[in-house]
Design a protein around this ligand. Structure first.
Ligand SMILES: Cc1cc2nc3c(=O)[nH]c(=O)nc-3n(C[C@H](O)[C@H](O)[C@H](O)COP(=O)(O)OP(=O)(O)OC[C@H]3O[C@@H](n4cnc5c(N)ncnc54)[C@H](O)[C@@H]3O)c2cc1C
Length: 535
């Protein structure tokens, strides 16, 4: 007997997302977190479009938007010498309300079903916690520190410490969502590859009630100050809170740095201040290979430029979740959990590279800074023009990595059908919709106004989308049934969707990644069912 099916360590956004998804899939799980409660500390602030699609499937997108930055607020990015002076560069990005209108009008699958959402990590975590706590299968234990584990042939035993003392928890699987210094990764002896400690910055959180309404150059989410301190002002979801990153000597300097940045005599409070380090690191492995899995910052640490930290971790969580659920339900074959590392480590590697691409771009334009940047001289004007020219290219890399967010696909996965050609190139910036096996199913509006993604139930198994064709497909259903695997057929006789997807039949997994596509079933449907179920 085990105490729980899955023991999750760490209630950051990744562990919480995993707990909610497992709970929604009916898998009993226990989430332990060493902190007594979620903390009011700033970290991420933008869920990207793919993460919002994931939250939409969990029924959480509207709640997250209600708690986040109001829909009408612009998501613009500025590069300035001062927020009181005309910006060197102003990059406009649609507010959520505007982005939703663009999505509603888009009929070519180039846009996601959900736009991004600015929500501070300190808002998102309590929200996800309250969702997890209401799920009957999920036990959430804050104030409980994971100490160590032993992996057995059929289970994992972990020791945890809380106010009540030390206790043992046994589970079928252990998920380490325990952050950058992951004790579980360390116990497994898994190293991190890449570049650590690239730059050390201070970050502080402030409350300044009047600033947002008074910034004269316009409302946005990011204000980069072209200075020698790498100063960077970030709007938080309330519009009353801001964070500031800067390279300064000591915490107390962050008070003066904020005052200097806002450049207006407004009352403000510095709520907290701390150091953080820029890293571009990926774990050698994503778990023990059998019962212990790692997700989120435990296995990839990126520079937040580009916002691919938590967002990559949420992708890990939903990849792992359905595979654990299927394995525990008995129909998932051995390749399901084996594929987790194969699929997600390549995304981790690509997103570390994408973060490097974006942060190198930011360093490029910052390298154009000269001490004369604010001088009212021809030389000062030249410095400003040079920096703005470079930033117009390089800063976009941080804000426009839609290809990395939506276009990733799983290459060489034992769950994904191979096609003769090598498949589309990976591209950080451009998103090119495709149903090439391994990709996320592109969002397409059907003629009746519903979205294909919404029509695919939040079920445990694969779904065959049938857009056209009258061939016999019953053999595939029988093949899934032979494994006891849930499977459904969704008839969507919609010409536009058929044209966009390019095939009459598209087989998708519970996480909406394409397994296979064709115009008729393959000669051996049993092989396809075996592939999709991990046998
Ligand atoms: C300044 C900054 C800005 C960022 N902006 C973005 C952004 O816009 N978008 C984005 O996607 N990402 C961003 N990130 C990155 C993002 O914050 C992280 O990727 C994210 O927090 C990772 O989530 P996680 O759940 O994997 O780990 P964490 O959030 O680190 O959570 C791990 C949890 O495990 C717990 N834990 C650790 N050890 C134990 C133990 N022994 N027992 C019990 N519990 C334990 C910890 O207390 C913690 O709560 C940013 C990061 C920083 C620093």
């Amino acid at each position: 007997m085990v105490d729980t099916q899955v023991l999750i360590v760490g209630a950051g956004p990744v562990g919480l997302t995993l707990a909610v998804d497992l709970g929604l899939r009916g898998v009993p799980c226990t989430l332990v977190e060493q902190k007594e409660s979620p903390q009011f500390l700033p970290k991420m602030e933008r869920c990207n479009a793919r993460t919002m699609e994931i939250f939409r499937r969990m029924g959480l997108a509207d709640r997250i938007r209600a708690a986040g930055l109001p829909a009408h607020c612009p998501m613009d990015v500025f590069i300035v010498t001062s927020i009181l002076e005309p910006p060197l560069l102003h990059l406009s990005y649609p507010s959520v309300a505007e982005a939703k209108k663009e999505i509603a009008a888009a009929i070519d699958a180039s846009l996601p079903l959900e736009p991004y959402q600015l929500i501070s990590q300190y808002t998102l975590e309590p929200l996800l916690k309250s969702v997890a706590e209401k799920l009957p299968n999920v036990t959430v234990r804050f104030g409980t520190e994971f100490l160590e584990f032993v992996e057995n042939p059929d289970s994992v035993t972990a020791w945890v410490r809380s106010r009540d003392g030390t206790a043992e928890i046994s589970a079928r699987y252990l998920a380490g969502c325990d952050g950058g210094s992951s004790p579980i990764r360390k116990q497994l002896g898994i190293g991190l590859e890449g570049d650590g400690n690239i730059l050390e910055l201070r970050q502080a959180l402030y409350r300044c009630d009047d600033l947002y309404e008074r910034i004269p150059i316009g409302k946005g989410r990011h204000y980069h100050v072209a200075d020698a301190h790498h100063t960077f002002l970030i709007l938080q979801d309330s519009t009353r809170h801001f964070t500031l990153h800067a390279v300064v000597e000591q915490d107390s300097d962050m008070v003066a740095q904020f005052a200097k940045t806002i450049a207006m005599p407004l009352p403000f409070e510095m709520i907290n201040c701390g150091m953080w380090r820029q890293n571009l690191l990926i774990a050698e492995r994503y778990g023990s290979g059998s019962r212990v899995f790692l997700a989120g910052d435990a296995v990839h640490l990126v520079i937040p430029t580009g916002g691919l930290g938590m967002n990559t971790g949420c992708g890990d969580a939903i990849d792992l979740s359905w595979k654990l659920a299927a394995t525990l339900a008995g129909w998932g074959g051995p390749n399901l959990l084996r594929s987790y590392e194969i699929e997600r480590r390549q995304v981790g590697e690509r997103n570390v590279a994408a973060a490097r691409f974006a942060s190198t771009g930011r360093r490029q334009w910052r390298s154009m800074w000269r001490p004369n940047i604010r001088d009212d001289t021809p030389e000062g004007a030249e410095t400003r023009a040079n920096l703005a020219r470079v930033a117009d290219l390089e800063q976009r890399k941080s804000n426009e990595m839609v290809g990395a967010e939506l276009g990733y696909r799983y290459v060489g996965s034992p769950l994904i059908a191979a096609e003769a050609d090598a498949g589309p190139e990976h591209n950080f910036i451009d998103y090119v919709p495709s149903t090439y096996p391994g990709v996320r199913l592109p969002h397409v509006w059907l003629e009746d106004g519903t979205a294909v993604q919404d029509r695919i139930g939040y079920g445990p198994g694969c779904t065959l989308l049938r857009f056209a064709g009258n061939g016999d497909i019953a053999a595939l259903g029988r093949a899934f049934a032979d494994y006891g695997a849930p499977y459904g057929v969704l008839d969507l006789r919609d010409h536009r969707a058929r044209d966009i997807y390019g095939y009459d039949l598209v087989l998708v997994r519970p996480d909406l990644h394409v397994v296979w596509r064709g115009n008729a079933l393959p000669a051996d449907p049993a092989r396809l069912a075996a592939l999709a179920t991990g046998h």
